[in-house]
Design a protein. Structure first.
Length: 140
């Protein structure tokens, strides 16, 4: 049974990371990693996976508003495949449309404009991705 997950908001410059639990049902932002020339920081991801020992990984899939794929969708898919090959954990994809807007709204409501830092936005977006997955799987 899945108890702990790590979620990723993939980007070619920054990758937001969050952790989530199925009991109690919750998620929290962890960090935002910096990609080098579009390459994920695999050593840092390895450290996070060793630290949190997740049962599964959740990756946000960027889609256009009409549900069609965009260039970043393929990049996120490749990132997912690399995660699966490297860490041999179940991977779940989540439609991440509007997570950045929601992350900005959450941060602004709690801290105003000063809270709207790129690293915070990415990690809260990852938190939202994990929350959507948790809600869709309805763990108890």
């Amino acid at each position: 049974m899945i108890k702990t997950v790590l979620g990723f908001d993939f980007g070619t410059k920054y990758i937001g990371v969050a952790v989530g639990y199925t009991s109690p049902l919750m998620a929290q932002p962890l960090t935002s990693l910096i990609a080098q020339k579009g390459e994920p920081p695999w050593k840092e991801i390895d450290t996070l996976i060793k630290t949190w020992s997740p049962d599964a990984l959740i990756v946000g899939m960027p889609l256009n508003m009409d549900g069609s794929e965009q260039p970043m969708t393929q990049s996120a898919g490749l990132f997912s495949e690399n995660l699966k090959q490297r860490f041999h954990l179940p991977i779940f994809a989540v439609d991440e449309r509007l997570t950045t807007i929601e992350a900005r709204a959450r941060l602004f409501s709690s801290g105003g404009y000063k809270a709207l830092q790129k690293k915070a936005i990415d990690s809260v977006s990852a938190q939202l991705i994990v929350e959507m997955w948790l809600e869709s799987t309805r763990y108890e």
